[in-house]
Design a protein around this ligand. Structure first.
Ligand SMILES: [Zn+2]
Ligand SMILES: [Zn+2]
Length: 140
């Protein structure tokens, strides 16, 4: 069960601010958003909000584990509230759409390196690249 934004912030030891709550709520509705998209959707509700303050909020929330940051190559960093389950992502090479996929198998890290070289491996981030259904339809 996901805590409400204010409770989640208090649990993480962060002060509850309107900017933090708004970013958490927006990411609930639009997972995998980048800072610019969040700013565009929040600016009319939060006068005084800047892209920089959205970046600051995202950094704070990621640092305490309330958000997960993913950055497919060629894309700005995206953020999501689904943390800690080591899920993976399907990314469309055409339109940039991102879809969650569950861990390839079992517990994190679901993919064990052939040779861990002495590392204690905790996570594996897999990005599957391809065409999303909409782009596949227009490509054919
Ligand atoms: Zn696409
Ligand atoms: Zn995700």
């Amino acid at each position: 069960m996901t805590l409400g934004p204010a409770d989640a912030l208090r649990d993480a030891g962060l002060r509850v601010t309107s900017g933090r709550v708004a970013v958490l709520e927006a990411l609930h509705d639009m997972p995998h958003s980048d800072a610019e998209r969040l700013f565009q959707s929040l600016k009319q509700h939060l006068p005084g909000l800047s892209v920089q303050s959205v970046h600051n909020v995202l950094g704070d929330l990621t640092a305490v584990g309330l958000l997960r940051r993913i950055q497919p190559s060629g894309s700005p960093a995206r953020y999501e509230r689904r943390t800690g389950d080591n899920h993976h992502h399907l990314v469309c090479t055409e339109c940039g759409a991102i879809t969650d996929v569950d861990c390839a198998h079992g517990e994190a890290p679901c993919l064990t390196p052939v040779d861990a070289a002495g590392y204690t491996v905790t996570t594996a981030e897999v990005t599957y690249w391809g065409l999303c259904p909409a782009c596949s339809a227009t490509a054919s």
